[in-house]
Design a protein around this ligand. Sequence first.
Ligand SMILES: O=C(O)CCC(=O)C(=O)O
Ligand SMILES: [Fe+2]
Length: 328
Amino acid sequence: MPPVLTADSHDSVVTLDPSASMAVESLAADLLSCADGRIDDPAWIRQAGRHRHELPAPLRRSLADFARDPGPAGALLVRGLPVDDELIGPTPMVSGSVQREATIPAAALMLLTHALGEPISFRPEKSGAMVHDVVPVPGSEEFQGNEGSALLTFHTENAFHPHRPDYVLLLCVRADHDRVAGLRTASIRQVHHLLGDAHREALFQPEFSTAPPPSFALPTAHSRPHPVLSGAREDPDLLVDFAATEPLTDRAARAMRELQHLFAAHALTHRLLPGDLAIVDNRVTTHGRTGFTPRYDGRDRWLHRTFATQNLRRSRVHRAGDGHVLTD
Ligand SMILES: O=C(O)CCC(=O)C(=O)O
Ligand SMILES: [Fe+2]
């Protein structure tokens, strides 16, 4: 039996061999006609959840290991997922673009999302769709959100929200023309030993507040004051968005600057290629993106994005009919 996965030089990269990639493709293909291909339909989502057990065992094992301990980088790259450029059509160019129809890449992404937990979405963001398109939109170049193409600063996804996702999954279906766009990840696990004691102490204090990102159609004011670091001193959780988190004291401002500086110096850059899936543990790792130049010719960079939570029950009061969409 050929190896299904090969660990590249770094153990946080998993590469599917062709037979594993075909196995994922055939599982995804089986889902295309379910619920008439409506990927947001609760019946479709439930069926994908059942099929996750049929993903290649070594892939499932890698995802389970990552869910137990996301490693120092708090990010995992899975390479070799089924994406066929001939089948995906032109890159969308409109704001709020989402995948409503099951396609092979979108269905494969939902299968892997289920392997980490339960998929979730937020009604005020991209109309509550499960699979978002991350594409550059004309006129939004400077936007601090995924429709922009200027540098996107490090952020915890939906940091302001009490039920923000545990995992952010970003599947590349088309790379940018110049192959310069880099998803960047920066984990508190990589830098917390480098923080000065006073800065670390300040980051543990509830002296920060965070606004919703511009992608959220919400008038909500800032979050209640919260700490940037919480939990175990030797392995804290992280909650920060450098475009939306406001320090409320001078020491908080100094500590946030230090953290941003450390992140810039220690971040990893992932230049995703079609079929590459980056999974970010949103509890310990922030992400951002380098700038790039879109051409708006239907061939621009295109990612599919989903969110997973490990504890769906916790957000029950926000979800109608025990579905996967948080209403507020
Ligand atoms: O474009 C990227 O690589 C990441 C964008 C982003 O932060 C997101 O979609 O959540
Ligand atoms: Fe993001």
